[in-house]
Design a binder for this molecule. Structure first.
Ligand SMILES: Nc1ncnc2c1ncn2[C@@H]1O[C@H](COP(=O)(O)OP(=O)(O)OP(=O)(O)O)[C@@H](O)[C@H]1O
Ligand SMILES: Nc1nc2c(c(=O)[nH]1)N=C(CO)CN2
Length: 165
């Protein structure tokens, strides 16, 4: 059975934009998985500790035949690969891949909570998610459409990035 998964991507490496573009390509190469589309990339001010560089954030939609836990394993392996690159280049931070939604399932396991518990509080997640799926509602997100939910957290400093060069 094919499922739809939404992935939140974030990076604040030296070249976070290139990291995200590579990560989106890598998501499309995962076993039993295709990246069907992704949002535009956004530059965003760090939420939480401020003594770190700005982030680039985006959301990608996957069609996958992996189970939620198998997909999480793959996402964590990808994060590890990017972490190795980061160490080599002494980059300031890592790549974060969050499993935001998996069909309309509610999952509570020791390693995996879906919908991602912080997503509704994060403009850098909700804005790109609403760009992709604005009118969609999820029972697992109180049946409210994503555009309305995104507007409730607007206020983060988000800057859409245009095409490079
Ligand atoms: N929906 C989810 N997506 C990704 N990881 C999850 C999810 N639910 C639970 N986890 C667990 O959370 C841990 C992720 O830790 P990580 O260091 O990436 O968190 P963080 O990036 O600091 O915070 P956040 O996940 O809030 O962005 C992993 O060990 C993973 O098992
Ligand atoms: N703007 C922004 N801020 C963050 C982000 C992120 O992806 N974007 N990720 C964090 C840790 O996961 C902490 N703060």
């Amino acid at each position: 059975m094919t499922s739809t998964a939404l992935i939140g991507l974030g990076a604040n490496l030296d070249n976070p934009r290139a990291q995200l573009e590579r990560a989106i390509e890598a998501l499309d190469q995962l076993p039993l998985t295709h990246c069907t589309r992704h949002s535009r990339l956004y530059a965003s001010k760090p939420v939480g500790p401020q003594d770190q560089p700005d982030y680039v954030n985006a959301v990608a939609e996957l069609h996958t035949r992996l189970s939620p836990l198998a997909l999480l394993d793959q996402l964590q392996a990808l994060e590890q690969q990017h972490r190795r690159v980061r160490l080599r280049h002494w980059g300031p931070r890592t790549l974060d891949l969050d499993l935001l939604l998996f069909d309309d399932r509610a999952i509570i396991m020791p390693r995996l909570v879906v919908p991602h518990p912080e997503m509704l509080n994060r403009g850098f997640v909700m804005r790109p998610l609403a760009d992709l799926l604005g009118s969609r509602t999820f029972m697992s997100l109180s049946n409210e459409d994503l555009e309305t939910l995104a507007q409730q957290v607007e206020g983060d400093d988000l800057l859409p990035l245009g095409p490079q060069e």
